[in-house]
Design a protein around this ligand. Structure first.
Ligand code: PGA
Length: 254
């Protein structure tokens, strides 16, 4: 069985005090749940959030990582900087990075390699736009982003990855993929993954759904066999909602 995993993607929300308050609420609520979970917070919140989460099972994630070790990369944050703050997870290739900040499949691969080399768990995001879905290109786009985004990675490293399938048209829009569509897309991604890294790695890799996942729809999404958890944006900013979503993973344990 794959242990469900849920990551809150806070995006550019919550200054330090708000971040500490939210994590303090979360640590009590999430305590009894068996899934794994993390909050992926703005760089400037990491240190305070880490302290507030100490002794709990809340993992700490960043929302990006530089591909280089150090040097002249204005505005970037290195693996060593994140490691010193106790970061365990890094979101890579989120569609907002691709859309607004020039992230490409190539830079996704470079960042993913760097994250793995430095023992982080990369949460690699892929997913089609609305136009691509309309043109029946969903599987082709996911395959391309997966193959090029994971270039240069070994089968052993692949076992440590988390993939997030996030249809771009569902992110922040209130539109969710149907549970069947999400399950089908993820099943296809797992098949491609198996072709790249072997059946063993494919049976272990956790593939999350992301895109307007919330307290209302998480139960049915998590009832699908291929969906191993969620990458949650706006609903992760509420402790009650994030708890309800993580709680929906409990059904996988029976
Ligand atoms: P959303 O964001 O839940 O607000 O749609 C998901 C994401 O971007 O990871």
């Amino acid at each position: 069985m794959r242990i469900p995993f849920f990551a809150g993607n806070w995006k550019m929300n919550n200054t330090k005090n708000a971040a500490v308050n939210l994590v303090s609420e979360l640590r009590d609520k999430l305590k009894g749940l068996r899934s794994q979970y993390a909050v992926c917070v703005p760089f400037t919140d990491i240190e305070a959030v880490q302290r507030a989460a100490e002794g709990s099972r809340i993992g700490i994630g960043a929302q990006n990582i530089a591909w280089a070790d150090k040097g002249a990369f204005t505005g970037e944050i290195s693996a060593a900087m994140l490691a010193e703050l106790g970061v365990g997870y890094v979101i890579i290739g989120h569609s907002e990075r691709r859309q607004y900040f020039g992230e490409t499949d190539r830079t996704v691969a470079m960042r993913t390699q760097q994250a793995l080399k430095n023992n982080f768990v990369p949460i690699v995001c892929i997913g089609e736009t609305e136009a691509e879905r309309m043109a029946a290109k969903t599987d082709a786009v996911n395959e391309r982003q997966l193959r090029s985004g994971l270039e240069g990675i070994t089968a052993d490293e692949a076992k440590r990855l988390i993939i997030a399938y996030e249809p771009v048209w569902a992110i922040g829009t209130g539109k969710t993929a149907t549970k069947e569509d999400a399950n089908d897309a993820i099943a296809f991604i797992r098949k491609v993954f198996a072709g790249m890294f072997g059946a063993d790695a494919a049976s272990m890799v956790r593939i999350l759904y992301g895109g307007s996942m919330n307290a209302k729809n998480s139960g049915e999404l998590m009832s699908m066999p291929e969906i191993d958890g969620g990458l949650i944006g706006s609903a992760s900013l509420s402790a009650d909602d994030f708890f309800a979503i993580v709680n929906s993973g409990e059904q996988k344990f029976v």
